[in-house]
Design a protein around this ligand. Structure first.
Ligand code: CA
Ligand code: CA
Ligand code: CA
Ligand code: CA
Length: 269
């Protein structure tokens, strides 16, 4: 009876596992107490795989577009949640404080907060990228993935100006910058015409279905400074808190239970 339970838990955890660096033993016979025990544990890659699966399932089950920006429709939390200037970019509130040659983000309108300007779905406020200034936009309550067609939209204002765009690959690693022109999206916010650039992750050679949470946007030095108004994910995954917590809890309980049973069995032998 216990063994049968253990078996079913093993199938459960295996079905969510990505290929691991350490192979699990194929049978009881291969298991040596004190050696290779970690191979029975839940690898970090398995946890990430479960989180990714939850996000994917949730994206399918709870896709509920609420925010329309010209031709594009977004889920409520599809927009970037946090912004950070990319070193050596500085943040400037007043055009008079711009120093020629110093990569900068000029907040629009003057006095608006940095986060307020560059995150969320309010396109009436933004940040002008000047002298090669660059900003990193971070998605925290959602992630974007390489699905069908464009995956991400960057918003700009006034005269359409291009961006350079790089996608975060994890840690400090980013793709090379790709150039994107923006074009008028036929609507205004904050009294100014809004432009957009639709980003397809295929352009960066990224895998279909791969998930990301960071994008860097930089001024194209050959052009006037674009004013970034925000970024929204078209292919966006959501992890609804109560469901994901329950799912993760049961997944962990299963794995922990399985490990305990393993340990108990090991003591018996
Ligand atoms: Ca978000
Ligand atoms: Ca795509
Ligand atoms: Ca512009
Ligand atoms: Ca904005």
């Amino acid at each position: 009876m216990r063994r049968a339970e253990g078996g079913s838990q093993r199938r459960l955890s295996r079905s969510f596992a990505l290929p691991c660096r350490t192979r699990r033993p194929h049978s009881e016979r291969d298991f040596h107490p004190g050696i290779n025990n970690r191979s029975y544990g839940m690898h970090k890659s398995s946890i990430i795989a479960i989180a990714g699966l939850v996000a994917m399932l949730s994206a399918a089950a709870f896709a509920d577009p609420h925010i329309t920006k010209g031709p594009y429709t977004f889920e409520d939390n599809a927009f970037a949640d946090r912004a950070e200037p990319v070193d050596p970019t500085v943040v400037v509130n007043d055009p008079d404080d711009l120093v020629p040659g110093q990569p900068s983000i000029l907040l629009v309108p003057a006095g608006v907060g940095f986060q307020q300007a560059l995150t969320g779905s309010d396109l009436s406020k933004g940040g002008g990228l000047v002298y090669g200034g660059a900003v990193e936009l971070i998605f925290e309550d959602n992630a974007f993935f390489n699905g069908d067609g464009p995956d991400l939209v960057l918003f700009e204002s006034g005269t359409p100006e291009p961006f350079q765009v790089a996608i975060g690959l994890g840690g400090d690693e980013f793709t090379a910058y790709e150039f994107y022109d923006t074009k008028s999206l036929g609507f205004s916010e904050g009294g100014i015409g809004i432009n957009g650039a639709a980003i397809d992750l295929n352009d960066f050679g990224l895998d279909a279905g791969a998930w990301f949470t960071r994008v860097r946007v930089k001024e194209d030095p050959s052009d006037e400074g674009p004013v970034l108004r925000g970024a929204g994910a078209l292919n966006s995954g959501v992890v609804p808190e109560p469901i994901s917590m329950a799912f993760m809890a049961s997944a962990f309980a299963g794995v922990v239970g399985w490990r305990l049973r393993r340990r108990a069995r090991r003591r018996d032998t």
